[in-house]
Design a binder for this molecule. Structure first.
Ligand SMILES: NC(=O)c1ccc[n+]([C@@H]2O[C@H](COP(=O)([O-])OP(=O)(O)OC[C@H]3O[C@@H](n4cnc5c(N)ncnc54)[C@H](O)[C@@H]3O)[C@@H](O)[C@H]2O)c1
Length: 348
């Protein structure tokens, strides 16, 4: 049996703990080195997950130089994804990188090119695809029960819900607010279920009206250097389909309205993410079909996400979440920011 893949973790903060749980249960891979600029974070993570203290690094370039690795898992703030991914490819590693893939489409293109040159996989950690809900919806699409999706709506609104840790509100480190934290999840899910149609234009509003003023937020108001605490966009695709996207960290909205949801309407049926529901005509009625038993709803997805990455490497298969798909998502998010700033529709 071939030896387990040797994996290096870059960024050992919050989401890395969920990844480590996934790596630990995978029989074909092992995290053998950890890099984090914070000493307590890298040492604490190594201790928690049983990684040797001899393989801890402050600088990812040193880790890539001194440790023989097959793959890296990048869990740093968004602005660092590009440089770390490209360096990892140059060191001959496959890369799994957290969402958003980057902070611009041009950075994403460079990451894709570097991966192709190195002949290594680039997988973006869009964990919602690996959730029970995501897999259930995708199975209905694959079975042809939805037909061609021509209209969609995806929403992930939080009334008061900015992450209190890390660099999420720091424009330089994160590059964006809820669009990159939350919107990217539901946008990717909607696009994946629509088979990634080519986007043409985006018209959006981006707002920073509540988070930097409200007393219920966890950060000091002046610390918000991202462009938005709320964004609403309308996307047109080349195939005629349209999609609306709403996402927020702070909005004066009721709890009921702030749930995460995706609705996609096709020529044969409709989909709803939460709870996973298929809407179709049957026996002269319009029926809501929601599985009661059998759908693995509510699974976190991190374990399956890591399993999918490892299996693709081991069997020489394509990336389970390729950079080319993330590029479409990133072009739309770039368009949302550009349109919000310009106050008019933009081409993407
Ligand atoms: N999939 C999800 O549901 C999900 C959830 C949260 C965060 N994320 C994504 O994960 C990434 C990290 O978010 P987080 O919540 O774990 O943040 P975090 O702040 O908890 O962790 C980031 C870690 O990276 C380290 N770091 C920063 N710069 C570094 C560098 N140059 N080299 C090495 N280490 C460095 C920090 O010290 C910190 O420990 C972001 O891209 C975020 O969008 C994804």
């Amino acid at each position: 049996m071939p030896r387990p893949l040797r994996v290096g973790l870059i960024g050992a903060g919050s989401i890395a703990q969920a990844h480590m749980a996934g790596w630990q249960q995978n029989a074909h891979a092992e995290v053998v080195a950890i890099c984090d600029i914070s000493r307590p974070v890298r040492e604490g993570t190594a201790e928690r997950w049983g990684v040797s203290k001899d393989a801890l690094f402050e600088d990812y370039r040193k880790m890539l130089k001194h440790v023989e690795l097959d793959a890296v898992d990048i869990c740093t703030p968004n602005s660092y994804h590009k440089a770390q991914t490209i360096a990892a490819f140059r060191a001959g590693c496959h890369v799994m990188v957290e969402k958003p893939v980057a902070t611009s489409a041009s950075d994403c293109r460079r990451m894709i090119t570097a991966g192709k040159k190195a002949q290594r996989l680039l997988m973006v950690a869009q964990v919602m695809r690996f959730s029970g809900e995501g897999q259930t919806l995708r199975a209905w699409v694959d079975a042809g029960l939805v037909g061609d999706v021509y209209w969609g709506y995806c929403t992930l609104l939080r009334a008061r819900g900015v992450p209190p840790w890390g660099k999420f509100i720091d424009g330089q480190a994160s590059g964006g607010g809820p669009c990159y934290d939350l919107g990217v999840h539901i946008l990717d899910m909607a696009l994946w279920l629509m088979d990634f149609p080519e986007p043409v234009t985006v018209s959006a509003g981006t707002y920073l009206q509540v988070a930097n003023k409200a007393s219920l937020m966890k950060h000091k108001p002046r610390k918000y250097t991202v462009p938005e605490d709320m964004a609403a966009g309308f996307i047109r695709f080349k195939n005629g389909a349209t999609l609306s996207l709403q996402t927020s960290w702070a909005l004066n909205v009721t709890e009921e309205f702030s749930a995460r949801n995706i609705i996609l309407c096709g020529t044969k049926g409709g989909l709803q993410y939460s709870p996973p529901t298929l809407v179709r005509e049957q026996d002269g009625m319009l029926v809501n079909y929601t599985p009661q038993i059998g759908a693995p709803v509510g699974e976190s997805g991190f374990v399956d996400e890591i399993d999918a990455f490892v299996e693709a490497i081991r069997h020489g298969q394509p990336s389970p979440v390729p950079g080319e798909q993330a590029l479409i998502t990133q072009r739309i998010l770039d368009g949302i920011y550009a349109s919000g700033e310009a106050g008019k529709e933009v081409k993407v």
